[in-house]
Design a protein around this ligand. Sequence first.
Ligand SMILES: NC(=O)c1ccc[n+]([C@@H]2O[C@H](COP(=O)([O-])OP(=O)(O)OC[C@H]3O[C@@H](n4cnc5c(N)ncnc54)[C@H](O)[C@@H]3O)[C@@H](O)[C@H]2O)c1
Length: 436
Amino acid sequence: MILEKMETRTARSGVIGLGYVGLPLAVAIARAGFRVTGIDICSEKIERLKQGISDVPDVTNAVLAPLIASEQLQVTTDFSVLRELDTVNICVPTPLGENRTPDMQFIIAAVQQIAQYLHPEQLIILESTTYPGTTEEVVLPELSAQFPDTLQVGRDFYLAYSPERIEPGNSTHSVTNTPKIIGGVTPQCTHVAKTFYAQFISKTHTVSSPRTAEMVKLLENTFRSVNIGLINEVALICDRMDLDVWEIIDAAATKPFGFMPFYPGPGLGGHCIPIDPHYLSWKAQMYQYHARFIELATEINSEMPKYVLDKIIHALNLQRKPLNGAKLLILGIAYKKDIGDIRESPALEVIRLILDKKAEFLYHDPYIKDLSLDDTEIYHSEPLTAALVESVDCVVILTDHTAIDYNWLVTHAQLIVDTRNATRSVKKGQEKIIKI
Ligand SMILES: NC(=O)c1ccc[n+]([C@@H]2O[C@H](COP(=O)([O-])OP(=O)(O)OC[C@H]3O[C@@H](n4cnc5c(N)ncnc54)[C@H](O)[C@@H]3O)[C@@H](O)[C@H]2O)c1
């Protein structure tokens, strides 16, 4: 019955957690013709969404508002709607808790809500990034505990894990054209989940179990973390050897096989790459395995803000200026270009370090109007004027937002520390630029 409802798009869908992952997913399901209900615990977010206002860069208001107006996509804080839903995707946060161990509280809270309303023929899919075993060791027991005698997984209801692979701000690869990995608790769970995704995602790839699908996602993100750690280490070596790491990466990237470029930077940021490898190393410890590569990459990546500080000190020193009392303009505080996300952004650590050295700090980020550092002082993004750029001792580029005119910037700046090679195409004034 559920398969037929999916194929005729009459199934009612739900998405729990309407953030960077959940909102684009809810929109993709709704645009495929399903009636969708998005559920979030944040009532302010739900009020904004009801007015057709999106916080997520991958969902424009122009796309969201008509879906809300036509009620193709409804949003609520009321979980009782779960009793009417045929499919439920869970997209809640999976941060690190104390001692940088997995914090399952958001998944558990969402699943406990689902368990209350679980009913026959319902499909539950976990999309949050998590350690191998979560779906079967955490989600399934919570669901099964509610109706142990009447609802059996794979027979009465269906449970699968399918990692979200979205990259916020990536306009080429979206929810619908990025292949979807699916691992169900039973073969029938996999089949039902695959049928659902096939309605709105161009390609699906099934694997043998939820644990396998969970591991796939952690492999993908650990691969990035380790390779960024490697290239950051190469950048540190090149610095000592007085070699330009950016030129070297560009040259190596001409090799048509066996090499893919990763780039150094001020450190890792975002909700995924700095966090997900810890989920894997934590779980590996339960199998008496110490994940050395992962921890080494984390160590190197987390030292990068300190290296940026050293570069700023060195750059000012060349101008016979101390960092103490210097006026610095931080350009870009988002963890990556063209988005307004500062979660785990290395800029926060760089700012803490320069404030600690008694430098004066200003920032400009076209995507982030206000910054509350450690919940104390509030800073505001400064308008990027020639007068401002000329007035500071050093501009520090921490995020290479596309909207910035770097030729213009270099013309007006006295000194620039560029941690992203954002000034690569600038012809005049290279002598003012110090890169990592
Ligand atoms: N952001 C990314 O680029 C990305 C990419 C792939 C996977 N992921 C993974 O997807 C998951 C979600 O990440 P995100 O970036 O969308 O997070 P987010 O913080 O942007 O959004 C999470 C949303 O869940 C809501 N929420 C929290 N607890 C809830 C609950 N019990 N019930 C209902 N709503 C609840 C929050 O209010 C928030 O709106 C994480 O596991 C993350 O690792 C993120």
